[in-house]
Design a protein around this ligand. Structure first.
Ligand code: CO
Length: 162
């Protein structure tokens, strides 16, 4: 496994649509393993392939209850809304308020090509929407009602330290 470089906002690769994954081979597994290590190293809860420079429909999420790998994910159903803070490993230190569905049902393939369905609420629903958006070249800043001010960020950090 290896830690890959994370692409930052401003790089046009993040604005592009990703291609469907067709081969579920060792190369894919290596990408997935590298993505997991890269995300862990950056203390993130989600990472999409374009963020390591690959235009492939691959995303991973770990909100603290286990890693989920999503290949070729498609959102099937959403309901409710939540308004909350969101950030991205490709835009370090910046957070915005983004409205998302409170419930999401998604289908995707696992690393062996097997389809599965998964339901998520709250943070999981937010993460699924955020990472799926990446695969269409959509960044959270385009959906944010506003970005947090430096004062609000400082307050947030103080809360974390308490
Ligand atoms: Co992101």
């Amino acid at each position: 496994m290896a830690i890959r470089n994370i692409v930052n906002f401003g790089d046009t690769i993040l604005d592009k649509k990703c291609r469907t994954v067709e081969k579920f081979d060792r190369k894919l597994h290596m990408i997935l393993d590298d993505m997991a290590e890269t995300m862990d190293n950056a203390n993130g809860v989600g990472l999409a392939a374009p963020q390591i420079g690959l235009l492939k429909r691959i995303a991973i999420i770990d909100i603290g209850d286990g890693l989920v790998e999503f290949i070729n994910p498609e959102i099937l159903e959403t309901s409710g809304t939540q308004d909350g803070m969101e950030g991205c490993l490709s835009n370090p230190g910046k957070y915005g308020m983004v409205e998302r569905p409170n419930y999401v049902k998604v289908k995707a393939q696992d690393r062996h090509g097997k389809w599965f369905e998964l339901e998520g609420e709250e943070l999981m629903a937010r993460a699924i929407c955020h990472e799926t958006d990446h695969l269409y070249g959509v960044l959270f800043t385009s959906k944010a009602s506003r970005m947090l001010t430096p004062e609000e960020l400082e307050e947030m950090q103080n809360e974390d330290e308490e």
